[in-house]
Design a protein around this ligand. Structure first.
Ligand code: SAH
Ligand code: DHB
Ligand code: MG
Length: 221
């Protein structure tokens, strides 16, 4: 099977399982028009995030890496009554597009997009007492993943679920020639998850419209 087959299977699965959704399609169109890179989660992965929020009964969600808010909207749609989501984004331009998209999705009162480097805004969240979070989605710069993991655990309640996106990156994870800060960050992140005394974890490889990648999923004890 090749990459175009993975995309065709994704299309088939999405058509069979996902309701037509003009808002989400418009979000992707807005992102394209604004020149954002097409590195959002896929529609099926987004639906997985909505399900995860519902399965965990999440009311407090933290996202690190907003881009245009495509994953944000999926997570926010799965929130229980009175739920809130905080999403951290470094690029003001991305945050601006995301806020417009969140508004289009009718989620402005639920989603708080914060601009800044996550390592600067995470301590602010802690000082504000914004947590503890029930679900954390880590999806910003891959070099930062090891530190985002420490913050995610620190800001989570026992029983919270942590998800790390893009931990396989087309197999670069295991390519000895791949040695950029992103790949090194993901390797360190995975080792730290595995060694963490409060985390029980797994990772699932994925193929589909976004190529070959994977999620790490951990439960905080
Ligand atoms: N979660 C999004 C995709 C995020 S792409 C979705 O699936 O729809 C990664 C995002 O992280 C980009 O928008 C990038 O600008 C942002 N980012 C990069 N470095 C960051 C940092 N230090 N702090 C916060 N966000 C960062
Ligand atoms: C990249 C980032 C992502 O969050 C993603 O899902 C895919 C690619 C990137 O920085 O290349
Ligand atoms: Mg990602």
């Amino acid at each position: 099977m090749q990459r175009q087959d993975w995309a065709a299977v994704d299309d088939h699965l999405a058509r069979a399982l996902l309701p037509a959704d003009e808002v989400l399609e418009q979000v992707l169109e807005e992102n394209r028009a604004a020149g954002l890179p097409p590195i959002d989660v896929s529609p099926l992965q987004g639906a997985f995030l909505t399900l995860l929020a519902r399965i965990t009964g999440a009311r407090r969600v933290l996202e690190i890496g907003t881009l245009g808010g495509y994953s944000t909207i999926h997570l926010a749609r799965g929130l229980g009554d009175g739920g809130r989501l905080v999403s951290l984004e470094f690029e003001p331009r991305h945050a601006e597009v995301a806020r417009r998209n969140v508004e289009r999705a009718g989620l402005t009162g639920v989603v708080d997009v914060r601009v800044g480097a996550a390592l600067d805004t995470l301590p602010v969240l802690e000082r504000e007492g914004a947590g503890p979070f029930d679900l954390v989605f880590i999806d910003a710069d891959k070099g930062g993943y090891p530190q985002y993991l420490q913050w995610a655990v620190r800001l989570s309640r026992p029983g919270a679920v942590l998800v790390g996106d893009n931990v396989v990156r087309g197999g670069r994870l295991v390519d000895p020639a791949a040695d950029d800060p992103g790949v090194r960050g993901v390797r360190t992140f995975l080792d730290a998850v595995g060694a963490h005394p409060r985390l029980t974890a797994t990772a699932l490889q994925t193929v589909g419209a976004k190529g070959w990648d994977g999620f790490a999923i951990a439960l905080v004890d």
